[in-house]
Ligand binder design. Structure first.
Ligand code: 3HC
Ligand code: NAI
Length: 692
C-alpha cells in the first residue's frame, strides 16, 4: 500500500504529512497509518509532532463512502483519543479545510494553527449525522457550548480569524504551511510547552438560551430533520458528563443517526451532486472559450443570467428591444449586485468593476464578439426563431448560441440558424443569480464541445449542471406538469388545495404545489395549458382557469389559491376557491371523497417517479441521479429524501409499481412505466442504473 502518511524529522520536530488525494478523507488505511505514525512519534526521540495535510487541504473528514458499511478498526474516535493521549505535544498545522472528522483530529491535537483562508467546520448534520469522533464533546470544551452548538447544528464552517477569536485555534499562520507549523512547534518547545489534552478541561456550562429554547429553534429551522436535534443532545451530554462517558453518548447518538433513511438520502445527495458533472459520452470533449457573454432579453431571466455572469467576473452585453427596457435591465442588474455586496458575496470594488463590463443596448451588432449568447426573450417559438435568425447573421463563428426556453423545441429553434451544431439549451431557474440548478439541454445536432461549454459555463457560474434532452419541459418541468396533474386529479376528487399543500410540506417539500403556483403566478400555468391544449394531463383544472379569468394570479395580485394580505402575508385559505372546485366536481358528476395525507403523498410521489421512469426511457435524462439532482436543486424536493428516484429505491420499486396499479383508472395516467415494471420484476433499483 502506498504511504498515506509520511514521517520525517526537522531536528526535535517530527512532521507527519497526510497525503490521500483528493481530500485526505480518513478511510481505514489512512486511520491505520495515522495512528501508526503517532505511535512511531511516541517511540521516537522527537520532542514534538506536527500533523499537516499534503496537497490542497488538511483533512476533509471521515470517508463518507464507508458509511452504511460495517465499521473497521481503528475507528476515528480511537485515533483521535490516541493522539490526545500522546505524552508529547502534537500540533495540527491546518490549511485548506479541516472538516468533520478532519477538525476532530485537530481537536485531538494539543495545539492548532490555521493558515489564512482555511475553512474549519463540523458539517456532519448536512449528511444526516453528527460529529462522531469526539467533536460534540471536545468542541464545547474548547469554544464554549453556544458557539459549539452553532457550529455543530448549523454545519457551516468558519474562517481562521473567527476560529481564533472563538479559541478553536491558537494561532493564524502565514506563509507556507509546513514551515509555519514547524516554526510554531519550535516556539512551543522553546516555551517548554507540554501536551494540553482537552479531556483534562472542565465540563462546559449549559447554553445561555437553555436547552428547550435550542430544541424549539432547531425544530423550527429544520422541520422534519432529525440530525440537528440529536447533535444538540450530544452537545448536552458534554455539559453533563466527563469526556469518556460523553464520548459513549456521542457514539450512541451517532450510531442511531447512521441507521436513518435521512442519512442515506443526504449522502446520496452529496455524491450525486458531484457525479452529475461526469456526463456519459462527454469524455474527451473540449469546452470552447468563455471570455464574454451575450444575453438577449433583460426581463426576469435575462437580468438574472447577466447578474450570475457578472458575479463570476464575466463581461456581459445585454440586448433589449427598446432603450427604456435596456435601462431597466441595467438598473435591475445593478440592484442585484448591490444585494450581493450587502450579503458579503462581492466587494464594492468588484461590483463597480463588474458594472463597468456590463453593456445594456438595443443593437444586436454588439453581440458580434460574444463567446456564448443566451437568449431569454418571451416564450414564443416565432419570437425565438426570429431572434436566432438574427443571431446567426451576427454571432462570430464558433460562438455558442443558447436558449433559456422553459418548454419549447430546441431542435426547431436550431433550425432557424445555419449552425444547429452550435445551438443548445441553457435552462436557468429563477432567480437565475441565486438558484444553483442549470439544465444543459442537448439538441439533436448539438456538438459535444458545445455541450462541454454549457457545463464549463455552469461551473464558472457556480451552478450544478445537469444534462437533459429535448422534450416539452426537459427533465424538471416535464415531470412537474405530470405530478401537478396528479394534484389536480386529487382536488377534482375531493382533496382541498390546502390539504394537498400541508401533506406535501409535512413530507418535506419546501412548499406545496398550490403555494408554488401562487408564487410563480397562475398566469404561467394558464399559458402552459393554452399552449398544450386541453388534452394535457388527466384533469383540466377549470378552477385555475377561473382564477386566471378573475385576475387572481397568486401572490402578485394578493389572491390566487390563497389570500395574501396584512392579516396573512404568507397566505390563508380561500373558501371561494373551494367553491370553484366543488362547482367543477358537480359539473362532472364527481362526488368528493376523503383523502388521507398518506394517500396524497403516495399518489403525488407515484406520479412523479412514474414520469421520472418515462423520462429515462425516452433518454431525456441519462441516469436516475440526473433527475434527483434536478428535483433537489430546482424544485424544493426535500434533500434528506435524496430525490424522487432515491425515494423510489428506499420505498421499494415494486411498492411504487403496485400503488400505480391500484390507482389505474383507465385514463392511462397511472399506468406503470415499462421501466418501472422491468426494474420491479428484476429486483433492480435506480441506484443500480446509476452505477451501470
Ligand atoms: N469522503 C469521501 N469522499 C469524499 C469526501 C469524503 N469526506 N469529500 C469529498 N469526497 C470526494 C468527492 O465525492 C469527489 O469525488 P469524485 O472526484 O469521485 O467525484 C472528490 O472527493 C472531490 O470532492 P469535491 O469535488 O467536493 O472537491 P472540492 O475540492 O470541491 O471540495 C471539500 C473539497 C471541501 C473537502 C468537499 O469535498 C467537502 O465538503 N467534502 C465533505 C466534507 C465533509 O462533509 N466532511 C465530513 C464527513 S462526515 C465525518 O467526518 C464524520 C465524523 O464526524 C466521524
Ligand atoms: P420576461 O417577460 O420577464 O422577459 C422577456 C424580455 O425579453 C422582455 O424584457 C422583452 O422586452 C425582451 N424581448 C422580447 N423580445 C425580444 C427581442 N426580440 N429582442 C430583445 N429582447 C426581447 O420573461 P422571462 O420570465 O425572463 O422569460 C424569458 C425566457 O426564459 C422565456 O423563454 C421563459 O420561458 C424562460 N424561463 C423563465 C423562467 C421564469 O421563472 N420566469 C424560468 C426559466 C426559463
Amino acid at each position: 500500500m502506498s504511504d498515506l502518511v509520511t514521517y520525517d524529522r526537522e531536528g526535535p520536530i517530527a512532521v507527519l504529512t497526510v497525503d490521500n488525494p483528493p481530500v485526505n478523507a480518513l478511510g481505514l488505511a489512512l486511520r491505520t497509518q495515522l495512528k501508526d505514525a503517532v505511535a512511531r512519534f511516541i517511540d521516537d526521540d522527537a520532542e514534538i509532532a506536527v500533523i499537516l495535510g499534503g496537497g490542497k487541504l488538511f483533512l476533509g473528514g471521515a470517508d463518507v463512502s464507508e458509511f452504511g458499511k460495517p465499521p473497521q478498526d481503528p475507528w476515528l474516535p480511537e485515533v483521535v483519543n490516541f493522539i490526545e493521549d500522546c505524552p508529547k505535544p502534537v500540533v495540527a498545522a491546518i490549511h485548506g479545510v479541516a472538516l468533520g472528522g478532519g477538525l476532530e483530529v485537530a481537536l485531538g491535537c494539543h495545539y492548532r494553527l490555521a493558515m489564512p483562508g482555511t475553512k474549519l467546520g463540523l458539517p456532519e448534520v448536512t449528511l444526516g449525522i453528527l460529529p462522531g469522533a469526539g467533536g460534540t464533546q471536545r468542541a464545547p470544551r474548547v469554544v464554549g457550548t453556544d458557539t459549539a452548538l452553532e457550529m455543530i447544528t448549523g454545519g457551516k464552517p468558519i474562517g481562521p480569524d473567527e476560529a481564533l477569536e472563538a479559541g478553536l485555534i491558537d494561532r493564524v499562520g502565514e506563509g507556507e504551511t509546513r514551515a509555519t507549523g514547524v516554526a510554531y512547534a519550535q516556539d512551543l518547545l522553546d516555551q517548554g510547552a507540554g501536551p494540553r489534552p482537552i479531556k483534562a478541561m472542565d465540563r462546559p456550562a449549559a447554553p445561555a438560551e437553555g436547552w428547550d429554547a435550542w430544541e424549539a429553534k432547531l425544530h423550527a429551522k429544520y422541520p422534519g430533520q432529525v440530525a440537528q436535534v440529536q447533535a444538540m443532545r450530544a452537545v448536552k451530554a458534554a455539559t453533563e458528563h466527563d469526556l469518556p462517558e460523553g464520548l459513549d453518548e456521542e457514539r450512541r447518538l451517532f450510531n442511531a443517526l447512521m441507521d436513518t433513511p435521512q442519512r442515506e438520502g443526504l449522502i446520496h445527495a452529496f455524491f450525486i451532486e458531484r457525479k452529475v458533472a461526469k456526463v456519459p459520452g462527454l469524455e474527451g470533449a473540449t469546452p470552447r472559450d468563455i471570455g464574454s457573454i451575450g444575453v438577449i432579453g433583460g426581463g426576469t431571466m435575462g437580468s438574472g443570467i447577466a447578474t450570475a455572469a457578472l458575479l463570476r467576473g464575466l463581461p456581459v452585453t445585454l440586448v433589449e428591444m427598446k432603450q427604456e427596457a435596456a435601462d431597466k435591465a441595467q438598473a435591475t442588474i445593478a440592484g442585484n449586485l448591490d444585494g450581493a455586496v450587502k450579503r458579503g458575496k462581492m466587494s464594492a470594488a468588484k461590483r463597480d468593476a463588474a458594472l463597468g463590463t456590463l453593456h445594456c443596448v438595443t443593437d444586436y451588432g454588439a453581440l458580434k464578439d460574444a463567446d456564448v449568447i443566451i437568449e431569454a426573450v418571451f416564450e414564443s417559438m416565432d419570437v425565438k426563431k426570429e431572434v436566432f435568425t438574427k443571431l446567426d447573421a451576427i454571432a462570430k463563428p464558433g460562438a455558442v448560441l443558447a436558449t433559456n426556453t422553459s418548454y419549447l423545441d430546441i431542435n426547431e429553434i436550431a433550425q432557424a440558424t445555419s449552425r444547429p451544431a452550435d445551438v443548445i439549451g441553457l435552462h436557468f431557474f429563477s432567480p437565475a443569480h441565486i438558484m444553483k440548478l442549470l439544465e444543459v439541454v442537448v439538441a439533436d445536432a448539438t456538438d459535444k464541445d458545445v455541450t462541454a461549454t454549457g457545463f464549463a459555463l455552469g461551473k464558472r457560474l457556480g451552478k450544478v449542471s445537469v444534462r437533459a434532452g429535448v422534450c416539452d419541459g426537459f427533465i424538471g418541468n416535464r415531470m412537474l406538469s405530470h405530478y401537478r396533474s396528479a394534484a389536480d386529479w386529487m382536488m377534482l376528487h375531493g382533496a382541498s388545495p390546502y390539504q394537498i399543500d400541508r401533506a406535501l410540506e409535512d413530507f418535506g417539500f419546501a412548499m406545496g404545489p398550490n403555494k408554488v403556483a401562487d408564487l410563480a403566478g397562475l398566469d404561467i400555468g394558464y399559458m402552459t395549458r393554452q399552449r398544450k391544449g386541453r388534452e394535457a394531463g388527466i384533469v383540466h383544472p377549470q378552477w385555475a382557469d377561473d382564477l386566471y379569468d378573475m385576475d387572481r394570479l397568486g401572490r402578485k395580485t394578493g389572491r390566487g389559491f390563497y389570500i395574501y394580505d396584512d392579516e396573512s402575508p404568507k397566505g390563508r385559505e380561500d373558501p371561494e376557491v373551494l367553491d370553484l372546485i366543488e362547482q367543477e366536481r358537480r359539473k362532472q358528476g364527481i362526488e368528493a371523497r376523503d383523502f388521507s395525507a398518506d394517500e396524497i403523498v403516495d399518489r403525488y410521489m407515484a406520479a412523479m417517479v412514474n414520469e421520472g421512469a418515462r423520462v429515462l426511457e425516452d433518454g431525456i435524462a441519462l441516469r436516475p441521479l440526473d433527475i434527483d439532482v434536478v428535483k433537489l436543486m430546482g424544485y424544493g424536493f426535500p434533500r434528506y429524501r435524496g430525490g424522487p428516484m432515491k425515494y423510489a429505491d428506499m420505498t421499494g420499486i415494486a411498492t411504487i409499481r403496485d400503488r400505480l396499479r391500484d390507482y389505474e383508472d383507465g385514463s392511462g395516467f397511472w399506468t406503470p412505466a415499462p421501466l418501472l415494471e422491468e426494474l420491479a420484476e428484476d429486483g433492480r433499483t435506480f441506484e443500480d442504473m446509476n452505477n451501470a
